[in-house]
Write a protein that binds this ligand. Structure first.
Ligand code: GRF
Length: 186
């Protein structure tokens, strides 16, 4: 039986694509059944179309509050049995509306060795801090920013590389780690 994954993303979508590709080529015994996207202009939507993955696009500012749009998202998700929700560059905190239904089944990937360098621009934060080693973390999602229980971590040496080079190294590690974490959880 294929497991069903829903992915939430806001932007580029390279992690979305890595997961969709791993499902398509059989590396993951799963199917990405839905992309939830809060930015109608995001590149990730084009990537979903390429894989024929249905997209729910929404604009948060057209809702009264987070509870209202998350209630709609939960209704959409509950039309099928979702085994795992993967946040992949989803630039919003989730609230109890989603967590009440799916806590323990929502995971995220973050480009640092948590609990250091939480929040935005984590790769730059690490780069400019002077640390020699950074990395990638997968973790369960709770109400906090990048604060849920850690699942897996991989370190990445900063050495003398330029910021852009470090970003490329981190993203390559992310794509592999996310697939391994998903495989383990499913
Ligand atoms: C990744 O660095 C991920 O760790 C962070 O947001 C970024 C999303 O990149 N949460 P992409 O949209 O998957 O290319």
């Amino acid at each position: 039986m294929y497991k069903k994954i829903a992915i939430f993303a806001s932007g580029n979508g390279s992690n979305f694509e890595a997961i969709a590709q791993a499902c398509a080529n059989g590396r993951l015994n799963a199917e990405v059944v839905l992309l939830i996207c809060d930015n109608p202009n995001a590149l990730v939507i084009k990537r979903a179309e390429k894989f024929n993955i249905p997209v729910f696009k929404f604009e948060p500012k057209t809702y009264a509050n987070k509870a209202e749009y998350e209630t709609e998202i939960v209704q959409i998700l509950k039309k099928q049995t979702i085994d795992l929700i993967c946040l992949a560059g989803y630039m919003r905190l989730v609230s109890e509306v989603l967590l009440n239904e799916y806590e323990g089944k929502i995971i995220n990937i973050h480009p640092s060795l948590l609990p250091t360098f939480k929040g935005l621009n984590a790769i730059e934060q690490a780069y400019h801090s002077g640390v020699k080693i950074t990395g990638v973390t997968t973790h369960f999602v709770d109400k906090t920013i990048d604060g849920g229980k850690i699942i897996d971590q991989v370190s990445v040496a900063i050495d003398n590389c330029e910021l852009q080079e470090l970003e490329e190294k981190i993203h390559a590690v992310e794509h592999e780690l996310y697939i391994q974490t998903i495989k383990k959880l499913l």
